[in-house]
Design a protein around this ligand. Structure first.
Ligand SMILES: Cc1cc2nc3c(=O)[nH]c(=O)nc-3n(C[C@H](O)[C@H](O)[C@H](O)COP(=O)(O)OP(=O)(O)OC[C@H]3O[C@@H](n4cnc5c(N)ncnc54)[C@H](O)[C@@H]3O)c2cc1C
Length: 590
């Protein structure tokens, strides 16, 4: 299946919707500008189309295998990974102090979208390494940073995230893996399941970040500490000592076959050598650094795979001949002429663009949260990123389910046949609403942590910005898009105020509302993103004349407001008054 990176769409966002010039004016990014970013995106797009996309289907068929020598990756993945590292893609937005190139996070995120579109199984590996880099950069001692960060940044080593255990999935407070102090380090014993890239043969070492419980630690998440557990204790392959951590088995899964999902065993004769990372019993807080970043990146996986599904469906619809033209009666027309096929294609395109804009904007805010000059801007941006993270993760990954499913529908029966590759996209996308916290967990995070905990403060600041933007002269140019949006912002306001009041009295009611609330936020914020994009397109057209690319932005936003934004009404109703059946029915009646 071919893939063409949506470079023009990304450049449009970076120039016209949330201009990266804001970032290039900050000291850490002073060496970069739009031209450098364009060149990076072009090269990244070529890498995605020419190196990663061609091995996506073969990787799916071949899969990762567990052999006596350990986990073996498809040979094509090894070659691609070595090129990925040699070309310097792993560290594009990592800190220069550790050998990264220091580009803004949002540029790295745009590249990551391309890797995810082209090959989700492959791209999961650098996604997790990035999470490990972020966590080590914030929590590790100078000595640990010196030993681990450089090789993770180049990609010579990869990183993993070891949380899940058989009895501890969404509820990590049930973690049992035990870390016993021995001199200056710990010995870890236990088992983790579902560990992505827990073992592979792409690199000489793998650095596991794992949550474990020390003896006599408090129960629940408060007793968890974070540990670094290297696969090999010394870096150099010639002198390395294998640590007591290995893949015991790998899962046979519905999708992402070339991404090894491992059951990891810690400790054999001795425990696995482990170093404490950050504070004792602060593991959960620190792991959240990794998880929050990973949650945004998983949202972006949703965007990436949706883009690929859209491209495949559009290309198919431009070639498949079937049926008559409804109006002219012309026989043997391309299916792209049928209104219902166009509805599906536009649903795919509009959802993908809405989620892309929201996701990249959140990464842009994350750059400001880390690097803005004023303390106040850093803190406001940080609060907004925290607020948006469950929305991005939940909405973009749920959207990917619909879009990859429509991708099959546009293909008709051929979509159900593996050969076309769109069935793989559907299978691969299915994990996205599950790992890094299910949609249900994102919804409860949004309601319980992001709204109730600060009594709606972060949301009200965002709401004020949305209302200001809807009144701005720029959006005045697309008034027909603003009006339907304003009504839904009012509805959203009402639902949030209602739930803030209800939460202490009726948590069941709120738990039943949480999913609808998350989807309401995603749908309204997605609409706001597309309205801004359409307004920017109208502005550029008024300055430099009509262009099909810009006209398309406006048409897509119009379609969204007409056919997709109205979903917000159903979500608002369901969030405000979920059915009493949810909690009044007896378990046996379900
Ligand atoms: C392919 C794959 C790769 C993975 N990679 C990793 C990895 O690299 N590292 C890692 O640590 N883990 C990984 N995981 C594990 C993944 O993060 C968990 O599967 C996920 O968090 C859900 O946990 P669970 O499977 O135990 O489901 P459960 O927690 O048992 O959830 C089952 C259902 O109950 C719901 N539920 C549970 N608790 C609540 C609640 N409090 N409120 C409302 N609803 C609730 C859930 O939403 C879900 O619908 C991976 C899993 C898979 C399948």
């Amino acid at each position: 299946m071919s893939y063409r990176a949506p470079i023009a769409d990304i450049q449009f966002l970076f120039r016209e919707v949330f201009p990266l010039d804001r970032l290039f004016a900050l000291a850490p990014f002073a060496d970069f500008d739009q031209a450098v970013t364009d060149a990076v995106l072009e090269q990244g797009g070529r890498f995605a189309s020419e190196v990663l996309a061609p091995i996506n289907q073969t990787g799916d068929r071949e899969g990762a295998r567990l052999t006596e020598a350990g986990v073996v990756m498809p040979a094509s993945f090894k070659d691609a990974y070595h090129r990925f590292v040699a070309d310097g893609w792993n560290g594009v937005s990592a800190d220069r102090a550790y050998g990264g190139q220091g580009l803004p996070e949002v540029v790295g995120a745009a590249l990551s979208e391309m890797w995810q579109s082209a090959n989700l199984s492959f791209a999961l590996c650098p996604l997790l390494t990035q999470g490990a880099i972020d966590t080590l950069a914030l929590c590790a001692s100078p000595d640990q940073k010196g030993r681990y960060l450089g090789k993770l940044v180049t990609g010579e080593w990869t990183g993993t995230m070891n949380l899940t255990e058989p009895q501890a999935g969404s509820d990590l407070g049930l973690t049992e893996t035990l870390a016993t102090p021995v001199g200056d380090h710990y010995e870890v014993r236990g088992q983790k399941i579902f560990i992505t890239y827990g073992e592979h043969d792409l690199t000489a070492n793998i650095i596991h970040l794992a949550l474990a419980r020390t003896p006599q630690a408090p129960a629940g998440t408060r007793g968890l500490t974070l540990f670094v557990i290297p696969r090999y204790r010394e870096g150099s392959p010639s002198s390395r000592t294998a640590n007591e951590v290995r893949a015991l088995s790998i899962e046979h899964k519905m999708g992402i076959h070339a991404s090894p999902t491992c059951v990891m065993g810690y400790g054999g004769m001795a425990g696995a050598y482990a170093e404490q990372l950050g504070g004792l019993h602060q593991g959960m807080e620190q792991m959240f650094i990794m998880m929050n970043r990973a949650r945004l990146s998983v949202g972006q996986q949703g965007v990436g795979i949706a883009e690929q599904a859209f491209q495949a469906a559009r290309d198919f619809a431009r070639n498949r001949i079937q049926g008559r033209d409804l109006k002219t009666g012309a026989d043997r027309v391309l299916i792209i002429k049928h209104p219902d096929v166009r509805r599906m294609l536009l649903t795919m395109a509009a959802q993908t663009e809405a989620a892309r804009t929201l996701t990249l904007w959140t990464f842009f805010l994350s750059d400001l949260a880390h690097h803005a000059e004023s303390e106040i801007e850093r803190s406001v941006s940080g609060a907004r990123v925290a607020f948006l993270t469950p929305v991005v993760k939940g909405f973009a990954t749920e959207m990917a389910q619909e879009v990859t499913s429509l991708g099959i529908q546009v293909h008709g029966g051929m979509g159900y046949i593996e050969e076309t590759g769109v069935a793989q996209l559907y299978r691969d996308a299915r994990i996205l609403t599950i790992y890094e916290g299910t949609t249900g967990i994102q919804a409860m995070d949004l309601l319980g942590r992001k709204l109730v905990r600060d009594q709606g403060q972060a949301w009200r600041a965002l709401e004020a910005d949305i209302r200001r933007s809807l009144q701005s002269p720029e959006l005045g140019a697309v008034r027909h898009l603003v009006e339907p949006l304003r009504k839904r912002v009012d509805d959203l306001h009402g639902v949030v105020e209602h739930l803030l009041q209800e939460y202490p009295n009726d948590p069941y009611h709120c738990g039943g509302s949480a999913y609808s609330l998350l989807m309401l936020f995603g749908t309204v914020l997605g609409g706001w993103m597309l309205a801004q994009s359409a307004a920017a397109a109208a502005r550029v057209q008024s300055e430099s004349g009509s262009q099909p690319f810009l006209e398309r932005k406006i048409r897509i936003a119009e379609f969204y407001m007409a056919l997709l934004l109205p979903r917000a009404d159903a979500y608002a109703k369901a969030a405000a008054a979920p059915s009493p059946s949810i909690m009044t029915m007896d378990d046996s009646q379900l």
